[in-house]
Design a protein around this ligand. Structure first.
Ligand code: FPP
Length: 249
């Protein structure tokens, strides 16, 4: 909180820090366009994006956010050129190695949503190690969506649930939305209150289809590497000005 107070005057942000959203989800879009604007290869945009992820995730922890979930690599992103996929995987590895080395200090709990099985064994093991070490941390939880697709997540959950019914561990007559949520990658994590998408696109792109049912949207034209702490606070202030009715009046 000290770091945060030094940099930005809370009184001037319009944010009520006692009423932060519990969970923010971010679609970090626009790395490629950021690079193109500067005449750089797309991979340079991802490197800048990874750096900004580090800044924003640290800031979320500093202001006391409980959960942050980011879309790092979708199940459709494998269609990108091999070199670009390799660069993103390399950035993830670099980030996780750094995260492991400073875990005791940061005490950020890290989780991964997605099918990690097609990842390189080294990266997969690193994800498992990060998850394992930080399991008992009580501060901010950062969920990285990696080889993640919302429809795929729901189908996997349905499959696991059907198997439990076959095994006599579940009864379809008693299935509830909460019960089904327990089969998703996000089990135990409250749904996002606010979803932010950078670079002005107005799509969900298969992100957290189940969990975003009642989330508030904040779309900004800023490209992800330019997305700043100030813009994050503007998103939170916009969220706080909304009237959330959850289908009621
Ligand atoms: C979208 O921009 C971004 C991605 C598909 C990858 C996001 C990856 C990172 C930010 C780096 C690694 C992440 C972590 C957590 C260390 P785009 O390439 O679709 O941009 P464009 O729409 O402008 O082409």
């Amino acid at each position: 909180m000290v770091l945060f107070q030094k940099k930005i005057d809370p009184a001037r942000t319009g944010v009520d820090f006692d009423r932060l959203p519990g969970h923010i989800a971010i679609i970090m879009d626009g790395n490629g366009r950021w690079a193109k604007k500067r005449g750089l290869p797309r991979t340079a945009g991802h490197a800048a994006g990874a750096e900004n992820f580090r800044t924003i995730a640290t800031y979320c922890k500093d202001i006391g956010l409980d959960y942050l979930t980011v879309y790092a690599f979708s199940s459709e992103n494998w269609r990108r050129p091999k070199e670009e996929v390799g660069a993103i995987m390399g950035l993830l590895k670099k980030y996780l190695l750094e995260a492991v080395s400073r875990m005791e200090r940061d005490r950020v709990k890290m989780e991964f949503f997605g099918d990690l099985s097609p990842l390189a064994p080294e990266l997969r093991e690193l994800c498992q190690r990060t998850r394992e070490i930080s399991r008992h941390y009580e501060g901010c939880q950062v969920n990285i969506c990696l080889n993640y697709g919302g429809r795929d997540e729901i189908v996997r959950a349905a499959r696991a649930y059907a198997q439990d019914c076959i095994d006599g561990k579940a009864d379809p007559n008693h299935l509830t939305t909460e019960g089904f949520g327990g089969y998703l990658y996000s089990r135990g994590v409250p749904d996002p209150d606010l979803v932010i998408r950078t670079s002005g696109e107005l799509r969900l792109s298969n992100f957290l289809l189940w969990q975003l049912a009642y989330a508030e949207f904040y779309i900004t034209d800023m490209l992800w590497p330019d997305f700043s702490k100030e813009e994050l606070l503007r998103a939170i202030a916009a969220y706080q000005s909304r009237d959330r009715r959850f289908g009621g009046v």
